[in-house]
Design a protein around this ligand. Structure first.
Ligand code: GLU
Ligand code: ZN
Length: 328
């Protein structure tokens, strides 16, 4: 369907709130990486049922991205050969992937009430992982229904993937170079989904990236650990993984993930306060070494300047200089 020579990348927003400056930097880099090589970009809305999903957030995410000057060739609004591009409309794909894992004896239902189970529907960003899972549910229930019957009051069991002892996953990250992890030692058997039908972040992202022919995943490095888990899922499903590139996150001056207390960096808010897309993109490009300080520039003008090697290896701190520049 797609030629292997043409890079295919994806923008995969979760409609869990408005996009902020950190999301914008990552999406800009993901977009430029593909556009600078004449590749194809798809947009996939990662809206699997999750308590943080906000009404209207999917549409505003698309608006924010368009405002930034990013576009896509395939997506919920644009259509395309690999649709639907909305995860909540792709449940049968996840069911099929889950069935393959079940047939291979690689997943089992888990009735634990831990945070990683509760948040199975969204990506486990750095710091979201709890302590290593002991495997306590391995022999508890044979089927999802059996596991569900054990839960009082009723709630959804999770599907855990058997990490398998004594093996390393390894990949060559486009930004960080060689990365290795013993998933079993790091997190143990991990959650791939929380619904009977297998709809959950870890399984869905693998099934979708493969089904949509994605050749490159560029995202923030708070998902680096999750990549090792995804590689195990790719292997179990007999699918070829894409290349992975993880770039540093944007953090507050205190070094923590961007949050309300760091000022309102939501794109909607910056726009409402009169910050132009070119000014914001210019600042983000400067932070990656692709523009001068104070330069206004739009994404399409950066394609020739894109270079992963000029991105500083440390997280980008939203310090006083940056905040002042944006009027935060
Ligand atoms: N929708 C996911 C998130 O916002 C992206 C996950 C990914 O890039 O794999 O965290
Ligand atoms: Zn368990």
């Amino acid at each position: 369907m797609t030629s292997p020579c043409v890079p295919r990348g994806r923008l995969a927003p979760s409609p869990t709130g408005a996009l902020h400056l950190g999301n914008a930097r990552t999406f800009l880099a993901a977009w430029l990486s593909i556009r600078s090589r004449g590749g194809t970009i798809l947009l996939r809305m990662e809206d699997l049922d999750h308590p943080k999903i906000k009404r209207g957030a999917a549409e505003s995410a698309l608006q924010d991205l368009r405002w930034l000057g990013l576009d896509w060739d395939e997506g919920p609004d644009a259509g395309g050969p690999c649709g639907p591009y909305v995860q909540s409309e792709r449940i049968p794909h996840y069911r099929r992937a889950l069935d393959r894992l079940l047939a291979a004896g690689l997943v089992y239902p888990c009735t634990c009430a831990r945070r990683d189970v509760q948040s199975a529907q969204s990506a486990p960003h750095a710091g979201d992982d709890g302590p290593r899972y002991s495997g306590v549910c391995r022999e508890k229930a044979r089927t999802y229904a059996e596991a569900a019957a054990l839960l009082e009051p009723p709630r959804l069991p999770a599907w855990r993937f058997r990490a398998g002892a004594g093996r390393m996953t390894a990949f060559r990250d486009g930004f960080r170079g060689e990365c290795r992890q013993d998933v079993n030692a790091a997190v143990g058997d991990f959650v791939v989904a929380r619904h009977a039908d297998g709809a959950g972040y870890m399984l869905a992202v693998v099934a979708d990236d493969a089904a949509m022919g994605v050749t490159e995943v560029l995202r923030a490095d708070d998902l680096l650990d999750a990549t090792h888990r995804q590689l195990l899922v790719y292997e179990a499903l007999g699918l070829a993984p894409p290349s992975f590139t993880h770039i540093p996150l944007v953090v507050g001056e205190d070094g923590n993930r961007l949050a309300k207390r760091h000022g309102d960096t939501r794109l909607t808010d910056l726009r409402a306060r009169g910050v132009s897309a070119a000014k914001l993109v210019g600042l983000l490009a400067w932070s990656c070494g692709w523009a001068e300080w104070g330069e206004d520039v739009m994404p399409r003008d950066l394609a020739a300047r894109f270079d992963l090697r000029s991105i500083p290896p440390r997280p980008l701190a939203l310090d006083a200089r940056l905040r002042t520049y944006l009027g935060l």
